[in-house]
Design a binder for this molecule. Structure first.
Ligand SMILES: [Zn+2]
Length: 187
């Protein structure tokens, strides 16, 4: 496709873009569609496939390592129990419905914090984990609080009202800094 030509430039043909250029142009102009077909040489196609295969291998390795990490943290939270309770709504659910949720977002954790078994707490998949993850609720001085985040709706607010004011039994000396991080991060 043709990109970045001067006003007096006479179009005589296609300037074929490198794949990474094409991707940025397609993003910028939202050209990704069934109709738009990129001019790609067989060589570039081969190169792209080669790169993708390498990336997919790395991705698989990361995914399975993450699963093991999660499994370790989860085992520490629940042991051999098959039913557990959500740290926020206090309701009991099968362990498969409870997320081993990072209080301080994992991506922001220092290496020693990732190793700290206190960095996680159980949060149900039926709403609490999602609200905490998105910062609609947080914990302040040991209590779940409404962060007054928008957009909101009556139904969502009803859910938040139900859990606001609940005590968080995972709030303690060892976890205080993680909860403070979460509250500040979503302020
Ligand atoms: Zn819950």
């Amino acid at each position: 496709m043709v990109v970045g030509y001067a006003e007096n430039y006479i179009i005589q043909g296609f300037n074929v873009l490198k794949p990474e250029q094409s991707v940025s142009v397609m993003r910028a102009f939202d050209l990704e569609s069934e109709v738009f077909i990129e001019e790609i040489t067989t060589d570039v196609f081969e190169e792209v496939l080669f790169n993708l295969e390498a990336l997919e291998e790395t991705e698989t390795a990361i995914t399975s390592s993450r699963r093991l990490e999660q499994g370790y943290l989860k085992k520490n939270l629940f042991g051999k129990r098959i039913i557990g309770s959500c740290a926020c709504c206090k309701k009991e659910y099968p362990v498969s419905y409870l997320i081993t949720a990072h209080i301080k977002k994992r991506a922001f954790c220092q290496p020693h914090e990732k190793r700290d078994l206190n960095v996680v707490m159980p949060m149900c998949r039926l709403g609490c984990d999602e609200l905490f993850e998105k910062g609609y609720i947080s914990v302040l001085d040991g209590l779940f609080v409404d962060m007054l985040k928008t957009p909101n709706s009556v139904e969502l607010q009803n859910f938040i009202n139900e859990v606001s004011g609940n005590t968080c039994e995972y709030y303690k000396e060892e976890t205080q800094s993680y909860f403070e991080w979460h509250y500040d991060h979503h302020q």
